[in-house]
Design a protein around this ligand. Structure first.
Ligand SMILES: [Zn+2]
Length: 423
């Protein structure tokens, strides 16, 4: 009775919140429901086939890809698509769809133990761990340690883990069943210390790695791995299968996310071929990678929240020479300490003709770009920054009002400001 009441409270508060125009209300409703029944997440997960997705980067996209993959055989799938990835958001998503047989839940890294215990998830997908929101996030090795303890206590869960991230390998290493995926890891600066013995991790050629201090931690034997480059990639399975990964979503990191999702889909009885075919037409995830009209200019919006995410996106845009806008805020949802800018390899933009720095912290960004040798303009207003980039790009042949798309990378609130600014 308590659980039923809690579910009704959750959906009613959410409906009221939507009517009052206060957003989807997922967090408010979930909080109210959990206050009535602290075990609501457990009750709402019972008798469902549950998969969890966590990691510092790519969890929203991978959750979306796995959701469509697990629907490929006609099953109904519920997911926390709004990105509210702590227990109130999960409860709200599950309460809104009681009938779905499967659930794919994006989970904040630090909540993995609690959510795993409550849901008894059949699969946990672990993507990567790196520094993020310096003023409030937990130290990555501590997070890996918590994953390790939680997974050791979940003997019926299969983990799908990135074998190229030593922190993830250690975090998943105590699980009863792991499918290791060679998904790659561009950002290694948070993985140089061995989480097992405090020694040093040595990275070799051919993506091999191991603890140089001899504790034995090393890249495990793979179930599947990614081959190819940003132009095209295949998933290769140790059993000899090779499947092309063809996506509308751009970038190496999205090929990696899709491969992780395909291996996870197999754990739920969906064939990898079917899973990848279902993922192919996904063109945007919560506004990421969409081309929108910003101040009359077509702009492709991309989101990066931390140095690892920025490394991937700078690599992606580095192939073009169109106008680029970089937008940085340092509000609560971004983390209020922007010193991570110094960890981002902005030097790679050195040859780019048109770069415009914008956002609340455009001046911090400008100093960073200056030290990186990147010629740039500063325009505090994001919409004016996009139009200025288009104008400059048209003059220099770099894109914008001549019909080319201006590329825009922002951190969390900077990205959402631009998403809201359209039209
Ligand atoms: Zn070691």
């Amino acid at each position: 009775v308590r659980s039923q009441l809690a579910r009704i409270v959750t959906t009613s508060v959410n409906a009221a919140s939507r009517r009052l125009g206060r957003g989807a209300g997922t967090v408010a409703g979930g909080r109210a429901g959990l206050a009535v029944d602290p075990h609501l997440l457990e009750h709402l997960s019972a008798r469902r086939d549950v998969a969890l997705v966590s990691g510092t980067n790519g969890k929203t996209t991978t959750t979306r890809l796995l959701t469509v993959a697990l629907g490929a055989d006609g099953a109904s799938v519920v997911s926390n698509e709004t990105g509210s990835n702590m227990p109130p958001g999960l409860v709200a998503a599950l309460a809104a769809d009681r009938g779905a047989a499967r659930a794919v839940l994006e989970v904040d890294e630090i909540y993995v133990p609690r959510v795993l215990a409550a849901t008894g998830a059949g699969t946990v997908v672990l993507l990567n761990l790196s520094r993020d929101q310096l003023d409030r996030t937990n130290e990555v090795r501590m997070v890996a340690g918590r994953w390790r303890a939680a997974l050791a206590a979940a003997p019926h869960t299969t983990v799908v883990a990135n074998a190229d991230d030593p922190l993830v390998v250690w975090g998943a290493g105590a699980a009863a069943s792991v499918r290791w995926v060679g998904a790659g890891l561009r950002w290694r600066l948070d993985a140089v210390g061995c989480p097992s013995c405090d020694g040093r991790i040595a990275f070799g050629a051919d993506r091999g790695w191991g603890c140089a201090s001899g504790c034995g931690l090393c890249r495990p034997e793979l179930t599947a791995w990614l081959e190819g480059d940003a132009e095209g990639a295949d998933g290769v399975w140790a059993d000899g299968r090779r499947l092309e990964i063809s996506l509308l979503l751009p970038g190496r990191f999205n090929h990696a996310n899709a491969l992780m999702a395909a291996v996870a889909a197999e754990c739920h009885g969906v064939a990898a071929e079917e899973a990848l075919a279902a993922m192919a037409p996904v063109a945007e995830v919560a506004g990421r990678f969409t081309t929108r009209d910003i101040g009359g200019v077509p702009a492709r919006l991309m989101l990066a929240k931390n140095p690892a995410g920025w490394s991937e996106l700078l690599d992606l845009v580095g192939r073009g020479d169109g106008a680029l806008v970089v937008s940085i805020n340092a509000r609560t949802a971004d983390g209020t300490d922007p010193s991570w800018l110094w960890d981002v390899p902005f030097e790679s933009l050195g040859r780019r003709a048109v770069v415009v720095a914008t956002g609340d912290r455009c001046r911090d960004l400008s100093v960073r770009l200056q030290y990186g040798g990147v010629a740039h303009a500063v325009e505090p207003d994001p919409v004016r920054a996009v139009t200025a980039a288009a104008t400059a790009g048209a003059g220099g042949g770099g894109g914008g009002s001549d019909g080319h798309v201006v590329e825009v990378i922002g951190n969390y609130t900077a990205f959402h400001d631009l998403l809201a600014a359209r039209a």
